[in-house]
Design a protein around this ligand. Structure first.
Ligand SMILES: *Cc1c(COP(=O)(O)O)cnc(C)c1O
Length: 367
């Protein structure tokens, strides 16, 4: 298996997180076996979808679930379902809403980019994004004042990419929207607690299959039975360029089975041990800090505290090294270089500490 060598594309050390730019995830042997089995087989795709989607819905406690190419496609399909319904002419006319209600409300601080703008996923599905409130301050009056005859849905974006300060909580948004009969959609792409969002009272929620779940590039839309079925209807329209393959379908289901049965405590202990090792290795070199997750998930990271200029220089040095090391850059503008333990192999820690030592002109190792 030296295809990467043949291409001269080096393997990278990922201390960043579930990053699309780094290949998101590595697949377990069980998931790889599922992908290979699918790749070797012809099947009736409808039967495969139905069997896996039923199991996926049951696993996450949803009435129904649909497999997608990712959470970005999930946002587009959820919006399309709310704008076009399952009327064939309307489905096949998107992104033209043919005059039907198409406003998709979202809090101003949720108009983030995950690598592409969330509002563009809304537009491509025929929705008109309508920002509610201000970038760092949204009140209930902003939201209730935005409801009107053109409102098709409300989208809540749960992510470290968004503004957190000054936004309305998910629970409050669900209450206010439910009172008005407005369906709530959630983009929970990278979240770990899937059932929490499924049971939040939202009509539909989308997850990335390749992030927390550890599946191949894929995603899930889960929620109310009728609405998930309406999302499926979009496969005869804008869903078609988001076609899901049998490898993704079988791989995602196996990954989700493993994910829902995982030993969270053991995983956290493993990650904490890696963070401890990194911090101990960095301590003789620079000021260190144990960091909490930006979005409040139960993830700890190892941080090195520098000036913003030195932090940027360290990031650059590590990325140019051999092997290239990619860190979590969300706080580099404040001088903090963060290392995410989740995607690291144990042997990566020593390599990282050594390279960081080289940046400081010192010999360093991790014990
Ligand atoms: C990653 C991400 C997406 C896109 O998910 P894919 O599965 O890569 O399509 C959408 N929204 C948010 C908030 C994300 O973090």
């Amino acid at each position: 298996m030296n295809f990467l060598d043949e291409l001269n594309v080096p393997r990278a050390i990922n201390a960043s997180g579930r990053m699309t730019a780094l290949g998101v995830n590595t697949l377990s042997d069980e998931v790889l076996a599922a992908v290979a089995e699918a790749g070797r087989s012809y099947v009736d795709m409808r039967e495969l979808r139905q069997a896996t989607e039923e199991r996926i819905a049951r696993l996450i406690g949803a009435e129904d679930a649909m497999i997608t190419t990712g959470a970005a496609a999930g946002v587009a399909l959820m919006v399309a379902a709310c704008v076009a319904g399952d009327d064939l002419n309307r489905v096949q006319s998107l992104p033209d809403p043919l005059g039907h209600p198409n406003q998709i409300l979202l809090q101003a601080g949720h108009q983030a980019s995950f690598g592409a703008p969330i509002v563009q996923m809304i537009r491509m599905a025929g929705g008109q994004p309508c920002a509610v409130g201000l970038v760092n301050s949204v009140s209930e009056a902003h939201l209730t004042g935005a409801f009107g005859p053109q409102t098709a849905a409300f989208l809540y974006v749960q992510s470290h990419h968004t503004v957190h300060k000054g936004m309305l909580s998910l629970a409050r948004c669900v209450e206010l929207c439910t009172d008005e009969g407005v369906p709530v959609l959630i983009d929970a792409a990278a979240e770990e607690n899937l059932t929490h969002f499924v049971q939040s009272g939202a009509a539909l929620v989308t997850f990335s299959g390749g992030k927390a779940i550890g599946g191949p590039t894929s995603g899930i839309v889960a929620g109310r039975r009728g609405l998930v079925q309406t999302c499926r209807a979009q496969n005869g329209g804008i869903g078609r360029p988001m076609k899901v393959g049998k490898e993704q379908i079988l791989g995602l289901w196996v990954a989700l089975e493993l994910y829902m049965r995982r030993d969270v405590a053991a995983e956290q202990a493993r990650n904490r041990a890696l963070v401890d090792k990194l911090l101990a290795g960095f301590a003789p070199l620079a000021e260190t800090r144990r960091l909490a997750d930006e979005a409040g998930r139960g993830i700890e990271r190892a941080g090195i505290v520098l000036t913003p200029e030195r932090a940027a220089a360290l990031v650059d040095f590590l990325e140019r090294g051999s092997p290239p090391i990619h860190i979590r850059g969300h706080l580099v503008n404040t001088g903090i270089v963060a290392f995410d333990p989740r995607p690291l192999a144990r042997e990566d820690v020593g390599i990282i500490v050594k390279q960081v030592g080289e940046f400081f002109g010192k010999k360093a190792d991790a014990n």
